[in-house]
Design a protein around this ligand. Structure first.
Ligand SMILES: *Cc1c(COP(=O)(O)O)cnc(C)c1O
Length: 362
């Protein structure tokens, strides 16, 4: 069967070079070969995340560490900031972990703002909050720096941030932000196969986790720290992913991080321009649009062009590209196209030509 190239917002297209690294022969995860691999990767990961803390590798999709963060770091009550499908679900996960949780819900398409968080944290009820930086389901990027600045007012609150679809595409400096947990699954902006999550924790978060009674084992953050000090993971990791990650992160530094951020800005603008040319408006509130995907409004909000999203998706797929027909309750009334990973101006132009053809054939 002919391969359909992924332009959905995750998983995204994986390059042959990354697969080649993925398929290297297996080694023991307690041997020097693995330790060297992990240790060699560490400085680059620390630069990428803007941290002097150790960066951990979890063999799980992002939800493993998202749930783990709740189990390790919520003692009294968590404020779940919600603006789309993934952030909404984090609230359910908190409750399923048996935690006291409160929803800070804004309409899908709106960002989370610091002022709303401040009002809730000021009650003194909370010892943790969860935030999704780039809400992939509706293409909204919340202002992380503005929110992280609250940490100075509420130092006792643990700030847990998901950057699954933004880490590596826009600059995020963990230590400067002063947050407590930063995590990303690697099948989105990293463009690796699904199954690995990269994350880091503040010293305060690790000290707090050490006191959490029911934090479990597989996602015990204290175990991650202890093992990372020896350049290892708590249990057998997907070693193939670590090979692939090492190859991928090296590519980031060959390109240059500023250049990588600029490339995403540019390829995202190409998509926005394509939409504008065809009369589509963007679903997110202006000023808070994602840089790694476009969520186009297709009737969910007044204004702009409306088409049969499923038919558009099919016409694009027939030309060898998969775009997304909208997520959850905005399926069909929005559609999404990703520019994450290795996409360049040239590869986006090929996609855009297919999109143009599809629109003409609607
Ligand atoms: C995809 C995604 C997740 C969930 O990732 P899984 O790989 O399914 O665990 C969480 N948060 C965001 C922002 C995402 O885009």
């Amino acid at each position: 069967m002919a391969h359909v190239k992924l332009h959905i917002p995750g998983p995204v297209e994986v390059s042959p070079r990354t697969f080649e690294a993925f398929c290297r022969p297996m080694i023991g995860h307690r041997g020097q070969g693995f330790k060297d691999l992990y240790a060699g990767l560490q400085p680059q990961l620390q630069t990428l995340l803007g941290t002097r803390q150790l960066v951990y590798l979890s063999t799980s999709s992002a939800w493993g560490v998202m749930e783990g963060a709740i189990r390790n770091l919520v003692a009294r009550k968590v404020l779940n900031c919600m603006c789309g499908a993934f952030s909404d679900k984090w609230f359910d996960v908190s409750k399923k972990c048996g935690k006291a949780a409160e929803a800070l819900q804004v309409p899908w398409g709106s960002p989370i703002r610091a002022e709303a968080i401040r009002a809730r944290l000021a009650t003194g009820e909370f010892d943790a909050l969860t935030l999704i930086h780039n809400e992939t389901s509706c293409g909204v990027m919340s202002p992380l720096a503005e929110i992280a600045a609250l940490k100075q007012e509420f130092p006792g609150v643990t700030f847990i941030v998901d950057a699954v679809s933004s880490m590596t595409a826009v600059p995020i400096a963990f230590d400067t932000l002063g947050i407590d947990v930063l995590l990303a699954g690697t099948q989105k902006a990293f463009a690796l196969p699904p199954g690995l999550t990269v994350f880091t924790c503040s010293a305060a978060a690790l000290a707090k986790a050490a006191l959490a009674a029911d934090r479990g084992y597989y996602f015990d953050f204290v175990e991650f720290e202890k093992n990372a000090r020896e350049s290892m993971t708590p249990s057998t990791p997907s070693i193939s992913h670590v090979y692939a990650l090492a190859a991928k992160v090296s590519e980031f530094f060959v390109e240059g991080l500023p250049e990588r951020y600029a490339r995403h800005e540019h390829t995202n603008q190409q998509l926005r321009d394509w939409g504008a040319r065809h009369g589509f408006t963007l679903f997110p509130e202006p000023g808070f649009e994602s840089k790694t995907l476009c969520c186009f409004n297709n009737g969910a909000k007044p204004g702009g062009r409306v088409v049969d999203a499923a038919r558009l998706q099919k016409l694009v797929k027939d030309q060898g590209f998969l775009i997304d027909g909208g997520y959850g309750k905005i399926k069909g009334t929005t559609f999404r196209i990703s520019n994450m990973g290795d996409e360049t101006e040239a590869t986006m132009n090929v996609l855009i030509a297919a999109l143009d053809k599809a629109i003409a054939a609607l």
